[in-house]
Design a protein around this ligand. Sequence first.
Ligand code: IPE
Ligand code: IPE
Ligand code: MG
Length: 239
Amino acid sequence: MDVKTKPISHVALIMDGNGRWAKARGLPRHKGHEEGCKRIIEIFDAVKANHIKVMTLYAFSTENWNRPKMEIKQLFGYLDKFFKDNIATFMKDGIRVQIMGDISRLPEHTQKVVIDALEKTKDNDNYVFNIALNYGSQQEIVKATKEIALMVKENKINIEDITIDTISNHLYTANLPPIDLMIRTSGEQRLSNYLLFQLAYSEFIFTPTYWPDFTKEKFERCLQEFYKRNRRFGKIEEE
Ligand code: IPE
Ligand code: IPE
Ligand code: MG
């Protein structure tokens, strides 16, 4: 197969480095979030241009509540604006919005715009924009475990019937294809509680670029690197 035509269905991103981007320019941290939120739709354009069906984006982790209240407020303000500004694009391009995480803790206005986007886009089926808001992968696994334990308790399934698929089906990503590629910007080389179960066989790219500087061209360079990778899934190398 021509390396450039290797299929890729699902890309997961960790948008990181907004604060450092701002600091490097002598700006307050929130300016980094403002600029960072503008990149989201641009990267989604590149996702569509490269025929990738699903983009999952880490926007706010369960651990991010440990940040100053003011920064959290500003960040959600920019995320609200992102949804409001882009709902027309989601409809025009057939993008379905999906959420990972417990949104009940988000500011009320953010919950409103997010639920509005979920409802308006629910029948779109060209692409999925899956956004992690108040998401923690360990919490997600605990939630799945409780749901499965309850099914056992209620005699709906036997313990012996629990498989990898049973667990997958209880995660926020149940309806999505496996993640082919995970990209984290800003040079940090860790997962920060992101998709611990789902990334079992994904390729990882850690780029030093801060998220606000992450352009379509840089994203496409990551795709080129992905296409060169040899995914073996435990088998031996193909000739
Ligand atoms: C990513 O940028 C956005 C969120 C985590 C919400 P950061 O805000 O983490 O930026 P740095 O890592 O401090 O530079
Ligand atoms: C991870 O980034 C969370 C998001 C990008 C939403 P952080 O910047 O919060 O991660 P740590 O604290 O550096 O691990
Ligand atoms: Mg960070």
